[in-house]
Design a protein around this ligand. Structure first.
Ligand SMILES: *Cc1c(COP(=O)(O)O)cnc(C)c1O
Length: 453
């Protein structure tokens, strides 16, 4: 059994912080459950790793067969504070027992206002800010566009190559990749225009961040016109598109241009926000202050909550009743968010993200020296990735990325792939993961490279 040091100190039920395999992955119980899932759940809903989870906390997921897996996914950058973090669950229980729903638009309650006050304080910039709370990231992005259009009286929306903004109709138009997100689901919303991003690894020749921004600005000025643009929406580090980190200077130059032309600058921090990259928000890294920030994922320790936060004058451009929704800012989700933010502050999870990032960078850089199939190591804080390429050091190799990931799954490490070309392995550990588990996960990854390349 585990000693006290192996038991998670913050986050989750006190599960032993260990990788423990007692069956093959998936085991017989999960496999039987999966057959039932196939019978009742729509085929379009995909599954990365078909183990059924029964408990999770710290850095592990425990499945129905009794296997304990190391979690390098955090439910896609959601459980940054760990699963069932005590700060989250205690507030959730208390709130659920007091009341579960009124609809904030019918009769308000403190939790909603508290979350908006915290968001104003935590998001970049010291100017007066206001927020609207929603249920999902896609809904936050949609609402940011509504706000920007109201404020500017303009229609056009600029997005970037490799962008991911969600799966609703407007956000499908804003998302770059066709399969699986858009294929067969058109027609899409109009007035969405795509500009080239800064993707240092895939530039034919080195391009500085400023030059890449000027390239994007040129496309937007010539093909759309600055005066027609309501907003520019960008992920400061592109998530689903492959953890692409734009070259330094790209975001500040773009931000400065939007300011000059009265275009609302929307930072989609749904994946990068809430300490994931080692700051509260990824924009903080370059001192970029957006007009609006969209948040979701890590905001509430696993509960569905999302927000648009930004300049009070921009947010207030919308007529009364123009923003909202039945469940947006649900009281239980708000209680969870307040608990998650408390945990991030109390345990300084931004610093923890930087420490996890240092470990991952060290391990991945060493692997890249040994295995030329790693074309690029990139990311920031606890949002790291490697891009898998062919012998020419360039051609995307999604098949190999898939086998590497499958190897990790079979050995009890939950990894995810991403990227426009599907060839990026990404690592998103809960920020409360103990060091020894992270090291062990990367030992498994090293074995994966040794046995599949
Ligand atoms: C996940 C994600 C979204 C969509 O969030 P949902 O909650 O799945 O709707 C939007 N933008 C970014 C950057 C994301 O990572």
């Amino acid at each position: 059994m585990s000693d006290a040091a192996d038991v998670t100190r913050h986050g989750g039920p006190e599960l032993p912080q260990e990788r423990r395999l007692v069956t093959e992955i998936p085991g017989p119980v999960s496999t039987a459950k999966f057959a039932r899932r196939d019978q009742h759940v729509a085929a379009g809903v995909g599954t990365t790793l078909p183990v059924f989870v029964e408990a999770a906390g710290g850095g592990v997921l425990v499945d129905a067969d009794g296997n304990s897996l190391i979690d390098l996914a955090s439910g896609i950058a959601v459980t940054s504070v760990g699963n069932s973090a005590p700060e989250v669950t205690s507030r959730v229980v208390e709130q659920a027992q007091a009341f579960t729903h009124t609809c904030f638009m019918v009769t308000p309650y403190d939790g909603y206002v508290d979350v908006c006050e915290r968001l104003a304080h935590l998001t970049p910039g010291t100017h007066p800010k206001k927020s609207a709370l929603l249920n999902s990231g896609a809904e936050a992005v949609e609402n940011a566009v509504k706000v920007a259009r109201s404020f500017t009286g303009r229609d056009a929306v600029a997005v970037f190559d490799h962008a991911y903004h969600g799966r609703t109709n407007l956000t499908m138009a804003m998302t770059a990749k066709s399969m699986p997100y858009k294929h067969g689901f058109g027609p899409f919303a109009n007035e969405v225009y795509r500009a080239p991003v800064s993707y240092p690894f895939r530039e034919p020749a080195p391009v500085s961040g400023e030059e890449a921004a000027d390239r994007a600005i040129d496309v937007l000025e010539k093909q759309v016109g600055a005066a027609n643009l309501a907003c520019v929406v960008i992920e400061p580090i592109l998530g689903e598109g492959g953890f692409v980190v734009p070259a330094p200077g790209f975001l500040p130059r773009l931000r400065e241009w939007t300011e000059r032309h009265g275009i609302v600058f929307v930072a989609d921090e749904i994946q990068t926000g809430f300490c994931r990259t080692g700051d509260w928000f990824a924009c903080d890294h370059e001192g970029v202050v957006p007009d609006l920030v969209t948040t979701a994922k890590g905001i509430a320790g696993g509960f569905p909550l999302a927000a648009v936060t930004g300049r009070a004058d921009v947010m207030d451009a919308v007529h009364v009743g123009g923003l909202g929704g039945t469940y947006g800012g649900n009281p239980v989700a708000c209680a969870a968010a307040l608990g998650a933010m408390e945990a991030m502050e109390k345990h300084d999870l931004a610093a923890r993200a930087r420490a996890l990032g240092e470990t991952m960078t060290r391990r991945l850089t060493a692997l890249a020296e040994e295995y030329p199939v790693i074309g690029d190591v990139r990311g920031r804080g606890a949002m790291m990735a490697v891009e898998i390429v062919g012998a020419d050091g360039h051609t995307p190799d999604a098949v190999r990325a898939g086998s590497l990931s499958a190897y990790c799954h079979a050995q009890g490490v939950v990894t995810l792939t991403c990227g426009t070309y599907g060839n990026v392995l990404r690592f998103l550990p809960p920020l409360v993961m103990p060091d020894h588990l992270l090291e062990e996960a990367f030992d498994v990854l090293a074995d994966a490279f040794a046995s599949t390349t």
